[in-house]
Write a protein that binds this ligand. Structure first.
Ligand SMILES: [Cu+2]
Length: 320
């Protein structure tokens, strides 16, 4: 059991950060210099170890023209950069904490040694502001995973401390898709220009909804040619379930939480509910030209502060 006074100190509530019901402090926070999240992160090789560097820091992040949030990020983007490695790689991630609160990283779904699991007070001490911590593990199994804060995660994750972690199979896929994209779904609460961590509780419900840190129409369009196979890796990192619906053609669910579904067991659907923490890899063949929508079917989630269209929508633009 943890002494409560220690837990309060660990929570950093006096720091003016994002915790509890208060807004995330914008004091001294600079605008983001990047505009796209979930982009591949470069690494350097030290021997046979792939070394990645992450800095947790706040930035001002535009989720929509004219709507900017105070985001807590890895390397200044929402989502943070995508770490993509191959099954069996030895991976080292050096985390520097430039947040006003402690933090840790959890490797969601990756089979790491217990000491690398990122749970403060259980598997490691919190990484204090200004401090650095090194995670190291062998990447396994292959699949679609995520990394995110595990410290005061109800606020830190909701403010943007999340990113994709993809592990490619050691034996390359015989028939890889033509388009392979990650879509991370989350929610925000923005009131009077201030950013709060959205939660499923009274007074804290979200009014903005983002795919890869952007609300429609700022969400990137997916461009495909007729005859191409599309794979989307849906990941819900927020606190709400999102039944994602594709117009035009159905898809197959080819992996659940990173693990492949055998061909005979793959469901053909046009809507899949992605609950917090879940990942679904879906695939389909683009056959009909046109601008086809992919959107959440909880229709409040396709609004921006109550105005439709917005939020969790994007266009799949299929051309000849
Ligand atoms: Cu939704």
């Amino acid at each position: 059991m943890h002494d409560m006074s220690t837990m309060e100190e660990m929570s950093g509530e006096s720091s003016g950060g994002g915790h509890a019901m208060g807004p995330a402090s914008a004091e001294g926070v600079l605008p983001a210099t990047e505009t796209r999240g979930a982009q591949p992160l470069d690494f350097r090789l030290e021997g046979d170890v792939k070394v990645f560097e992450l800095t947790a820091r706040p930035v001002l992040w535009e989720i929509l023209d004219g709507v900017t949030v105070v985001a807590w990020t890895y390397n200044g983007t929402v989502p943070g950069p995508m770490i993509r490695v191959t099954e069996g790689d030895r991976v080292r991630v050096i985390l520097k904490n430039e947040l006003p609160e402690p933090t840790t990283i959890h490797w969601h779904g990756v089979e790491v040694p217990n000491a690398m699991d990122g749970v403060p007070g259980v598997t490691q001490d919190p990484v204090l502001p200004g401090a650095t911590f090194t995670y190291e593990f062998v990447a396994k199994p292959a699949g679609t995973f995520m990394y995110h804060s595990h410290f005061e995660s109800d606020t830190q994750v909701m403010l943007g401390l999340y990113a994709p972690f993809l592990i490619d199979p050691a034996t390359p896929e015989a028939n890889p898709p033509d388009v392979d994209m990650v879509l991370m779904l989350s929610e925000w609460l923005v009131t009077d220009g201030q950013t709060y961590a959205a939660m499923p509780m009274a007074g804290m419900e979200p009014n903005y909804f983002t795919i890869n840190g952007k609300a429609f129409p700022a969400v990137e369009t997916i461009n495909v040619r007729v005859g191409e196979r599309v794979r989307l890796r849906l990941m819900s990192i927020g606190q709400f379930v999102h039944p994602m619906h594709l117009h035009g053609v159905p898809f197959k669910i080819v992996a659940t939480d990173g693990h492949p579904v055998p061909a005979a067991a793959q469901l053909t659907k046009d809507t899949v509910s992605v609950a917090p923490g879940e990942r679904y890899d879906i695939e389909w063949l683009a056959t009909e030209p046109g601008q086809w929508m992919l959107h959440c079917h909880i229709l409040h989630h396709t609004t921006n502060d109550g105005v439709e269209p917005g939020g969790l929508m994007l266009i799949v633009n299929v051309t000849e």
